[in-house]
Ligand binder design. Structure first.
Ligand code: ADP
Ligand code: ASP
Ligand code: MG
Length: 816
């Protein structure tokens, strides 16, 4: 025989009830009648509690009572034939008038004892179970409504009563045996004490009722039907990527639920564990899904942890002082004091010096706990052997759970690195001595971020999600969005990475979407739904959204975003930038960026600052990190100048080639911005700094290609005139080069910590002799690559390759 427990989602809607009846029918067809345990409709217990609380302060809430009534009546109307409705309405009305009477008594007395509250909320289960039994009678005439107060006995600890297991088991089995022909529908959650007063088993307690009944009747299985597909790796409302677990041990289920996975009530596991009865958690919304089995001998799984659970709101109390050191029994006294007053201690940490104890409790218990401590340890406080107990509010607990943890090293390292990288401050830590869980106390505002970051960290076969905030929608930005859109499936499937663009801004508008801005229509969305752009506001909003694995991307060529980098790193957000200005301004700024990113454990990637998407910055970094030393760097890093000298051959005139380059879109609007070598200088400066040299822009020696007349020309048209006038000068250079079988190259060089950029003639033995199009080339001569340099060569300009470089930087965030 099986016990089937249906929760609030099942009894709270017609769809749920229809599915529930189907499930019961299938069970009945197997030849063995199940025993059914039901809870209140979802939300009803909370509504009843609210009404009682309001009654205490003298307020009646007729609308809320009506809403509760309506929800039940609506189900009657939909699921029962008209001729059968009247008696059900009548009974429900009786129940509700009883509730009303109790509420008005509370209102008059301005007092609501736990006993009265239990009575009020017990009607949630009574009404729902009665109602469902009547609906079930249409298919199973032998259906019988059972008020659990008659068969489950507890002490008088109202609100969280302790079950008298022996007595209850006897009563249950006697009742069951004397109603062998009936199909029992038992109210969950409620019971009664020795005096027959209604008690409850603690919020979520219907699951526990099912386990008590299952144990009393030695059932083969306890099924918990709820609104989610079993126990999941984390609360699916907080972690979108949570997935269902197939099996859990009783201990694991207990730890998960104790730390907040309210899909099953923790005490439920005890009776089931003692009798080795499997508990199966299934979804009423997808009845065919296998769900999660909680059992005695579950298969060992490969997952290092089973899940992450959390308690949304807790407070902690810190106690410290010399009075505790070496004082046997201090903590015993403290915790028995709290236990005596029914204050549940969720987590405890004690420093090894015994100088301080921190423990977590429910926020509503904090003031009481503080007062009790002050009374109990008054003498110690007066003697200053103990400091005043400190209460901290607005905190949450996050716990990772799994039996495999004790066999696997590095679990806490993984947990803390995920938290640290995302800037989640840990207020207290505890590891159960069984090593089945590690729990941390964090700020409540960080909980969602922390849960998602930790989930990504442990369940690596899942996708890593990067939340990206992008500045700049010019050529590079646009191309990047297109590339991300085109490759999204590939990225997810093969690399396990999902890139969500959660914010976009250009100089006019900005837009945010936590679920990700659709990349096939970002332009329209930004135009239509975007708010006026404001850089400060953009950064502030990014911080406020507090998302995990967050990346800020700067695809502008403006100095403005640079001023925010430091603040961004300090908020534990990584930066990917194609904007060269940041790294090529003062050395101290460059250093600050690197150091701040390092201190906050985030990445700062700028591969596209040098040679677009070519792996130049990365190659240099790898060389340096592996202990190599740069002796010489030679490079052609201006695609524009490279193009010009590659085409300056034979009959071609210099000014014509410059014009051609401009027509092809390879130059800045004023070609002098390329030809003056400033952009090249910036790249060389960044490389030199990455190679370990503390240089400023003034330290770079630039050989000017252009005669002074060209540089000083007033307009671009004038410039071309001057350039034409200087044709002879360039012609001479070309001839000289060609006659000696050499090629003209504008080459940057880093040697002995000095950087220069000069126009040179190189012969065919030089690696730069053969260059085509707008290729960039860089040769690293190092201690290791001394005989022949390490050379990187390829297209070093253009939106396509630059965006690809930014793309690569983004997906590399968090991987090194
Ligand atoms: P019922 O009314 O059926 O008893 P509950 O509302 O008590 O259902 O429990 C189900 C809820 O538990 C889900 O809606 C889900 O948000 C929450 N929950 C928290 N942690 C988990 C988890 N790890 N796996 C599944 N559900 C979880
Ligand atoms: N209805 C009760 C509650 O909301 C019991 C339960 O749902 O299990 O806490
Ligand atoms: Mg529940």
């Amino acid at each position: 025989m099986k016990v089937l427990k249906f929760g609030g989602t099942s009894v709270g809607s017609t769809e749920g009830i229809v599915n529930m009846l189907d499930i019961i029918k299938k069970e009945v067809q197997t030849g063995e009648k199940p025993v059914v345990v039901l809870s209140a409709m979802s939300g009803i217990t909370n509504m009843l509690t609210k009404m009682a609380e309001e009654a205490v302060i003298g307020e009646g809430n007729q609308e809320l009572l009506q809403e509760v009534l309506d929800r039940h009546f609506a189900v009657v109307q939909e699921m029962l034939p008209i001729q059968q409705q009247a008696p059900v309405y009548a009974q429900l009305k009786i129940y509700f008038s009883e509730v009303e009477k109790i509420l008005s008594a509370i209102q008059n007395l301005k007092e609501c004892s736990p006993k009265s509250l239990d009575l009020v909320i017990s009607y949630g289960e009574r009404c729902a179970t009665f109602l469902v039994t009547k609906i079930a009678e249409q298919y199973f005439p032998e259906s019988l409504f059972v008020d659990a107060a008659t068969i489950i006995k507890t002490d008088s600890n109202f609100g969280n009563a302790k079950v008298d297991t022996r007595l209850s088991e006897d009563l249950i089995s006697i009742f069951y045996n004397s109603h062998a022909d009936s199909l029992l529908f038992i109210t969950g959650f409620i019971a009664s004490d020795q005096q027959g007063q209604t008690t409850t088993l603690g919020r979520g307690g219907s699951d526990y009722t099912a386990a008590i009944v299952g144990s009393a009747l030695n059932s083969s299985e306890i099924q918990i039907w709820t609104g989610v597909n079993g126990m999941m790796t984390a609360d699916p409302r907080m972690v979108k990527k949570a997935f269902s677990l197939t099996e859990l041990s009783y201990t694991e289920a207990m730890e998960m639920s104790f730390f907040g996975a309210r899909v099953i009530y923790p005490p439920t596991m005890i009776p089931a564990f003692l009798k080795k009865i499997p508990i199966i958690i299934k979804s009423i919304l997808q009845p065919d899904f296998t769900g999660t089995v909680i059992c005695h001998s579950c298969d060992s799984s490969d997952l290092p942890i089973k899940g992450i659970s959390s308690i949304n709101e807790i407070s902690i109390i810190n106690l410290q002082g010399s009075g505790m050191v070496g004082k046997a029994g201090f903590s015993g006294k403290l915790f028995s004091l709290l236990a005596h007053e029914q204050i549940n201690v969720i987590m405890i940490t004690q420093s090894s010096s015994e100088h301080s104890i921190t423990f977590a409790i429910k926020p509503e218990d904090a003031v009481k706990a503080q007062r009790l401590i002050e009374q109990e340890f008054e003498l110690e406080l007066q003697a200053k052997k103990l400091e005043q107990p400190e209460v901290e509010e607005g905190l949450s607990i996050l716990a990772i759970v799994g039996e495999n943890m004790k066999k696997t090293t590095g679990m806490s390292g993984k947990l803390f690195s995920a938290l640290g990288r995302n800037g989640v401050n840990v207020r207290a830590i505890a590891q159960g001595s069984s090593e089945h869980n590690i729990s941390v106390v964090i700020l409540q505002q960080d909980l969602a971020k922390a849960l998602n970051a930790v989930h990504d960290e442990f369940f690596t076969e899942l996708k890593k999600t990067l939340n990206v905030f992008c500045l700049g929608t010019g050529n590079i930005g646009k191309t990047l969005f297109r590339q991300l859109y085109e490759h999204r499936d590939f990225l997810q499937k093969h690399n396990g990475i999902q890139v969500k663009i959660t914010g976009i801004s250009n100089s006019r508008k900005m837009l945010f979407e936590e679920e990700g801005i659709p990349l096939d229509s970002w332009q329209e969305e930004l135009d239509q739904a975007g708010e006026p752009a404001d850089l400060q506001g953009f950064v502030a909003k990014m911080k406020e959204m507090n998302l995990p694995n967050c990346v800020f991307v700067d695809n502008t060529a403006s100095p403005k975003p640079i001023t925010f980098y430091e603040e961004i790193f300090k908020s534990n957000v990584s930066v990917v930038t194609s904007n060269k200005i940041g790294n090529s301004s003062s050395y101290s700024q460059y250093r600050t960026f690197k150091d701040t990113a390092h201190t906050h454990g985030v990445d700062f990637y700028y591969e596209t600052n040098v040679g677009a998407g070519l792996p130049i910055v990365r190659t240099l970094k790898d060389l340096m990190m592996s202990g190599d030393r740069v002796l010489l760097i030679e490079a052609v890093l201006s695609g524009t100048i490279s193009f010009i000298f590659n085409h300056f051959k034979g009959e071609a005139k210099f000014h014509e080639v410059v014009k051609l380059a401009q027509e092809k879109g390879y130059t800045e609007p004023d070609p002098r911005d390329d030809l003056n070598g400033k952009d090249f200088m910036r790249k060389m400066l960044i490389l030199a700094r990455d190679a370990g040299y503390e240089l400023e822009a003034e330290d770079v020696k630039i050989d000017n290609i252009l005669p002074g007349s060209c540089l000083n020309a007033q307009s671009v048209t004038d410039f071309y005139k001057e350039l034409e006038a200087a044709d002879d000068f360039f012609e001479k250079l070309k001839k000289e080069a060609e006659q000696s079988g050499k090629a003209l190259r504008y080459i940057g060089k880093l040697e002995d910590g000095k950087v220069s950029i000069t126009l040179q003639m190189v012969d065919e033995s030089h690696p730069f002799f053969v260059l085509s199009g707008s290729d960039n080339i860089i040769a690293f001569t190092t201690e290791r690559y001394k005989e022949r340099p390490l050379v990187v060569k390829g297209p070093g300009a253009g939106a396509e390759v630059t965006a690809a470089g930014v793309f690569a930087d983004i997906v590399n965030v968090g991987t090194h």
